[in-house]
Ligand binder design. Structure first.
Ligand SMILES: [Zn+2]
Ligand SMILES: [Zn+2]
Length: 261
């Protein structure tokens, strides 16, 4: 399994992309950055988009991926196929009602036709595994102000976890502790330590919060921990705090990172 970081920040600034991870060329975890990180041909290889929750920084490029694909479809490419958006049932309803609704953005679930659309929206149930293109993906509920899931990925007997946006949570660590060959965890760390209050009310974590949280991980020290969703304005402070937290195998993610597991 290859996981490429397209964007790993909790804010958008020049050079800092929003959350988005490409798995094996055809699977996208959250859609914060693919159209500004991938060539058009690479975008056209995406078949499945897994959405953790509907905050705009995780869904915005569903709109532009669909638009880019529609031009290819109009060009008559016979290999063009639809993209399937997977998320919790309530998130699918939010996308339909508030985003791809023919007001904010054209309804690409009906373009160019209902029978053969650019986008299909597919509800998925927490802790129910979906297998696409050889990768098993399981959503795990986490703690955020709106319905939000982490994703457990598994291919060829190796597992990897993407926490998505979350404050302190329990179920995710129980699931992590149950994996026999967990190769890494990407974990939310959005605010510096002096903004713990903001992290608490917005369902995110600080470096100190992650340090506490990782006490729930049985094999801490054996599993790499990757921090993501940092606010770019406070990145230097947060990087220092993460380094000072002395969490074993900790790394602040960057947009050039790619994992082969
Ligand atoms: Zn969020
Ligand atoms: Zn976010």
């Amino acid at each position: 399994m290859r996981i490429k970081v397209l964007g790993c920040y909790g804010g958008q600034l020049l050079g800092f992309h929003l959350s988005s991870f490409l798995v094996n060329d055809s699977i996208l975890l959250d859609a914060g950055a693919p159209t500004e990180s991938l060539t058009l041909e690479e975008q056209h290889r995406i078949r499945h988009i897994f959405i953790s929750h509907v905050h705009l920084d995780h869904i915005k490029d569903i709109a532009f991926l669909a638009d880019n694909r529609s031009l290819k479809r109009l060009g008559g490419d016979p290999h063009n196929r639809c993209m399937v958006v997977h998320s919790l049932p309530e998130n699918i309803d939010y996308l339909r009602t508030h985003f791809i609704n023919d007001i904010i953005w054209p309804d690409f679930t009906r373009i160019p036709s209902v029978e053969d659309p650019i986008l299909r929206l597919e509800p998925m149930i927490a802790e129910s595994t979906v297998e696409v293109d050889g990768v098993r993906i399981t959503p795990i509920m986490v703690n955020h102000p709106v319905p939000c899931t982490a994703f457990l990925l598994e291919e060829n007997g190796a597992q990897f976890i993407y926490s998505a946006d979350t404050g302190s949570t329990d179920r995710l660590w129980q699931v992590a502790n149950a994996q026999p060959n967990l190769q890494g965890i990407i974990v939310d760390c959005s605010f510096p330590n002096n903004q713990q209050f903001l992290a608490d009310i917005s369902g995110h974590m600080t470096p100190r919060g992650v340090e506490q949280e990782l006490k729930k991980l049985d094999r801490l020290g054996e599993i790499p921990i990757y921090f993501f969703h940092m606010k770019p304005e406070t990145l230097n402070t947060m990087t220092d705090e993460i380094n000072n937290a002395a969490i074993p195998l900790a790394k602040t993610l960057s947009q050039i990172d790619e994992f082969i597991i």
